[in-house]
Design a protein around this ligand. Structure first.
Ligand SMILES: Cc1cc2nc3c(=O)[nH]c(=O)nc-3n(C[C@H](O)[C@H](O)[C@H](O)COP(=O)(O)OP(=O)(O)OC[C@H]3O[C@@H](n4cnc5c(N)ncnc54)[C@H](O)[C@@H]3O)c2cc1C
Length: 342
């Protein structure tokens, strides 16, 4: 019987677990190693902050799902792969042997400036929600879509919010909404330090806040590279078209922690879900000694950006639309996603 280790309960592994509930894989012993028994769904996180959702509305009960999928759950944080011995080691000192392993551990928030550790990072979401206290003046560092959604959600709750963005990457539609909703958006203003008391420094400018949040870009878990797995230049696991590591085919990597060598694409939940569908098939195929299939990414993904109030922007390539009805559409999609694991 093959021993399969699923590492992390990201979007892709949730899809795998759901597939195993529908059709169990009896010829393998499958274990999931992940730090939390419940997983917060990132797509609804801004809605939790805005007060539209209770946390329970946006949580997947991973432990219950694993049980129904006949998958053992081990709560822990992976900190190293021993690729020679085919062992996974966790922070708590446990080790797990595998014949096949799959990584879906996501990414971590970049902390590339002095004092970044003083700010509260939006990931891991569970820690973020546990530690977040509302404040009147909040700085959000990181001007990608996640930072913009969080800024608008907190503004909606009544805080004065300043959004620092090193690179102005937001679409004109999203940038315009930030202005309309009175978020103090500072594109092109890179934060160079955070000092105690939440003083945010950008070059010669300094401003003090009651709280600073980090929604800076995704960086790779350092142990992916240090374990000896082939990685891209940023340290994300490099995989081929079957989602297997190009250096260690017995290791799959999916979601944000993976980079597809032949067809690199943006890191987002939408792609991670698609990875999960291919991964579920490929695990079954390998257990039955069949050849794994190829993952073909879609060319463009739909982005749905919430704007604090029940209002959203939809963008796909050059196309875009916005309005209240789009928020309700996203709400239906998100609630259906969470419900699909119940
Ligand atoms: C506020 C916000 C809103 C977003 N909204 C959207 C959206 O609307 N649509 C969209 O497509 N994308 C969205 N994203 C991006 C999206 O969240 C990520 O691209 C997506 O979560 C990546 O999914 P994943 O499957 O790679 O892993 P994740 O969902 O990040 O999950 C990683 C898993 O690994 C676990 N883990 C972490 N470290 C370890 C470890 N060492 N050992 C074991 N387990 C570990 C975690 O606990 C978690 O279970 C948003 C991001 C943010 C921050």
């Amino acid at each position: 019987m093959k021993r399969i280790l699923l590492l992390g309960a990201g979007h892709a592994h949730l899809v795998v677990l759901r597939s195993l509930v529908q059709e169990p894989l009896h010829r393998a012993r499958i274990t999931l190693v992940t730090p939390h028994a419940k997983q917060v769904y990132s797509g609804m996180l801004p809605g939790i902050l805005a007060g539209h959702y209770r946390r329970a509305d946006a949580e997947v009960d991973v432990a219950a799902l694993a049980e129904r999928a006949y998958v053992e759950l081990e709560q822990g944080l992976v900190e190293r792969l021993d690729l020679k011995q085919r062992m996974v080691l966790t922070k708590g000192g446990k080790s797990f042997a595998y014949d096949m392993a799959s990584l879906n551990v996501g990414s971590q928030i970049a902390r590339g400036f002095r004092g970044a550790q003083l700010a509260l990072a939006v990931k891991p979401y569970e820690e973020f929600l546990a530690r977040l206290r509302m404040a009147e003046r909040i700085a959000v560092v990181g001007g990608g879509v996640a930072g913009a959604e969080i800024a608008m959600a907190l503004r909606y709750r009544g805080a004065q919010v300043t959004l620092y963005a090193e690179n102005p990457v937001l679409s004109p539609r999203v940038a315009k909404q930030l202005g309309k909703r009175e978020v103090d958006y500072r594109p092109g203003m890179a934060v160079t330090a955070i000092e105690p008391g939440f003083v945010v420094v950008s070059g010669s400018a300094r401003q003090d806040f009651e709280l600073a949040l980090l929604a800076t870009g995704a960086t790779a878990m350092p142990w992916l590279r240090s374990s000896g797995l082939a990685t891209d230049e940023r340290g994300f696991a490099l995989v081929g078209a079957t989602l297997q590591s190009v250096s260690h085919p017995e290791v799959f990597a999916v979601g944000d922690c993976a980079t597809l060598r032949e067809t690199p694409h943006p890191k987002s939940g939408v792609y991670a879900v698609r990875h999960g569908e291919t991964l579920a098939d490929n695990l079954r195929r390998i257990v039955s000694d069949a050849a794994p299939e190829f993952y073909v990414p879609q060319e463009k993904a739909l982005a749905l950006v919430t704007c604090g109030a029940r209002y959203a922007i939809a963008e796909r390539g050059d196309w875009g639309a916005q309005g209240f009805s789009l928020w309700w559409w996203k709400d239906r999609i998100d609630r259906r996603w969470v419900r699909s694991f119940k």
